[in-house]
Design a protein around this ligand. Structure first.
Ligand SMILES: Cc1cc2nc3c(=O)[nH]c(=O)nc-3n(C[C@H](O)[C@H](O)[C@H](O)COP(=O)(O)O)c2cc1C
Length: 163
């Protein structure tokens, strides 16, 4: 498999934890996992495949640290494969469940990358999500608030599609 880098934004540590659990299953080393609050966009140059993760805040917004980082990262994605993951709360925020995953997906649209890792929406309970396109999610959606018992299974299924 190609060399993988994982970039995440996380305010209270949930998405960071998921990034580490994805890395464990993919065999990605700790040095290849980046908190976008501290990373340099040029760090992405070392990888063929990049996984981008964000929690959703406000009413369907990206995690704060992504705003500046994404503008720079877009210049480093040409020719790469890019996958998306995120955490949210499908009960309290059923109308904007993991919207940030869809926002990340839209942000990279013109960057010359190929997107990977779409997932079925089966088994989720939510009303609306920007991460849903044509009946699929554009990446891995995790709800640690209400459905943490599903997380391992969901990560495993996603990792299989990436491999
Ligand atoms: C004020 C607030 C707003 C939130 N807004 C959303 C939202 O719009 N959609 C969603 O799916 N989750 C929302 N959440 C839930 C968080 O995304 C969720 O707890 C996430 O796992 C936090 O991850 P982090 O610790 O990596 O930032 C919100 C949580 C809070 C406290």
């Amino acid at each position: 498999m190609s060399k993988i880098g994982i970039f995440y934004g996380s305010s209270t540590g949930t998405t960071e934890d998921i990034a580490n659990r994805i890395a464990d299953q993919l065999g990605v080393a700790g040095g290849d996992i980046y908190d976008v609050a501290e990373a340099d966009a040029a760090d992405a140059d070392a990888y063929d495949t990049i996984l981008l993760g964000s929690s959703t805040w406000g009413d369907g917004e990206l995690q704060d640290d992504w705003y500046d980082f994404m503008e720079e990262l877009k210049e480093h994605l040409d020719g790469k494969k890019v996958g998306f993951f995120g955490t949210g709360d499908s009960d309290s925020y059923a109308d904007s469940f993991c919207d940030a995953v869809g926002i990340l997906y839209d942000e990279v649209a013109d960057s010359g990358c190929t997107t990977i890792g779409s997932m079925p929406t089966d088994g989720y309970n939510y009303e609306e999500s920007l991460a849903e396109r044509n009946g699929h999610f554009v990446g891995l959606l995790i709800d640690e608030v209400n459905e943490d018992d599903m997380t391992d299974e969901r990560i495993e299924a996603w990792v299989k599609t990436l491999k």
